[in-house]
Design a protein around this ligand. Structure first.
Ligand SMILES: [Cu+2]
Length: 151
């Protein structure tokens, strides 16, 4: 089934907008959409970039091969984080368009995943629902990626 036609979305997990978790050595396909202007999803450590275009879905495939913890050892920087950020000067909220990417082992990913509420659980708690806003000081949610793990 195409990931865009998920009739059972109630079991999807709602992910906080400032952090994506990926399993090391697993193939992923990012699906990007934009509700306003062209943004550019840039992941400099993965040497990857894809425009996000209103009215269409753009895709980017990648396989992270080094965990965040290993990169902290390799770089000697115990605060190292992979990042995803917008690489277009797209509007007033541009500087808020970034998020951390955590690359980790499968067991760490499963622990984190199980701490995330399913969509149906969040919908039952309206105070936790993520709502896009036009406030320029808040996170711009108009170009949010979907990530689909591939086997
Ligand atoms: Cu942008």
């Amino acid at each position: 089934m195409s990931p865009e036609i998920d009739q059972q979305a109630a079991d999807d997990r709602v992910i906080k907008l400032k952090e994506i978790h990926l399993v090391v050595n697993k193939d992923y396909e990012f699906l990007f959409r934009s509700q306003d202007v062209i943004h550019s999803a840039y992941m400099p450590h993965f040497r990857s970039q894809m425009n996000t275009v209103p009215g269409m879905v753009t895709r980017l495939k990648l396989r992270p091969t080094i965990t965040t913890d290993s990169m902290r050892t390799i770089t000697g920087d115990d605060k190292f984080d992979y990042i995803l950020l917008c690489n277009k000067i797209c509007g007033a909220a541009h500087n808020n368009m970034w998020m951390k990417i955590v690359v980790e082992k499968e067991e760490e990913y499963k622990k984190w995943y199980n701490e995330q509420l399913p969509f149906a659980g969040v919908a039952a708690k309206p105070e936790d629902t993520i709502v896009p806003t036009n406030d320029s000081t808040s996170t711009d949610t108009t170009a949010t990626p979907s990530v689909v793990a591939q086997n």
